[in-house]
Write a protein that binds this ligand. Structure first.
Ligand code: ADP
Ligand code: MG
Length: 274
């Protein structure tokens, strides 16, 4: 198979920048002193792009995502969403966590409707219509009335995804959403997720420590190094979509990224990295 010819720059239409992360640093005060969690970190995310943040545990991935979400504040630097300074959470940037964070006392439909509280302009009938649309999108239309504790881990994450999608945020922030799931369930979700991202035209920042997952979902992968969390290397993933997790070229790409990750984490352990 031949590589596609690179396009002439004159023919490429660059989508607008959706998110700007500019010189962000973050320190935490703990009983044991200060932790330099981040920075400085700078990157842009283009509209419709899926950007994956990958790195070892504790390198600041969640902190970075929380700052983009407006749940945490940077010590220095700033985040812009559509050119506006991010100071608080907003319905334009929805977050999905590793633990499903659903309400066990509500059925599936109630959980998705809850996400729509952010949209006060909708009446009850419209809310129901929207919630049912997104439950169908994640393949759970038959489980509206089921309680969360009766669902499998994969189904719970599908509910969490529907809840995050329901207010129709332009930006979706995902923090290791599939880390607790078995491989088979994850594989199914990768396929569905790629379809949903494409169909709903989302800009996505996806945090994972799973390199293969990042190569499957991302248009770009930023490798973070730790203490403080910084961008160590960037990989552009030009593989055609939809991507199969076991595809040979995807496996090769993932190996390249893993190799880079291992080389600098070993250096860090040996105290050799700056
Ligand atoms: P990751 O998501 O990559 O595993 P985190 O963003 O959770 O990393 O954490 C980065 C660093 O900041 C770690 O050293 C972690 O212990 C520290 N940290 C994160 N949140 C807090 C907090 N609320 N208080 C103190 N330290 C924190
Ligand atoms: Mg984390």
């Amino acid at each position: 198979m031949t590589e596609p010819e690179p396009k002439m720059p004159e023919l490429i239409v660059e989508p607008p920048v959706k998110l700007v992360v500019d010189g962000v640093t973050k320190r935490f005060r703990t009983e044991d002193g200060e932790v330099e969690a981040l920075g400085p970190v700078s990157f842009n995310v283009k509209e419709g792009e899926v950007l994956c943040l990958v790195g070892p545990s504790g390198c600041g991935k969640s902190t970075m995502l929380n700052i983009i979400a407006g749940l945490e504040h940077a010590n220095t630097g700033k985040v812009l969403a559509d050119g506006n300074l991010v100071t608080a959470p907003g319905p334009d940037r929805m977050m999905m966590f590793q633990e499903h964070a659903l309400f066990p006392w509500l059925p599936v439909l109630g959980n998705v409707l809850f996400g729509l509280k952010l949209k006060p302009k909708l009446n009850a009938k419209e809310r129901l219509e929207v919630a049912q649309f997104y439950l169908k999108l994640v393949g759970l239309e038959k489980f509206e009335k089921t309680y969360v504790h009766e669902l499998s881990g994969g189904m719970r994450q599908r509910v969490a995804l529907a809840r995050a999608l329901a207010p129709n945020p332009r930006v979706l922030l995902m923090d290791e959403p599939f880390a607790a799931l078995d491989a088979l369930t994850r594989e199914q979700l990768y396929g569905d997720l790629q379809q949903i991202f494409e169909q709903r035209r989302k800009t996505v920042v996806f945090v994972t420590h799973n390199v293969r997952e990042a190569a499957c979902l991302g248009d770009r992968v930023l490798l973070f190094s730790s203490q403080p969390g910084r961008i160590h290397e960037e990989f552009k993933i030009d593989l055609p979509r939809p991507r199969e997790i076991n595809n040979t070229r995807l496996t090769e790409t993932a190996s390249r990224i893993t190799h880079a990750l291992k080389s600098y984490t070993n250096l860090t352990k040996a105290g050799g990295a700056a």
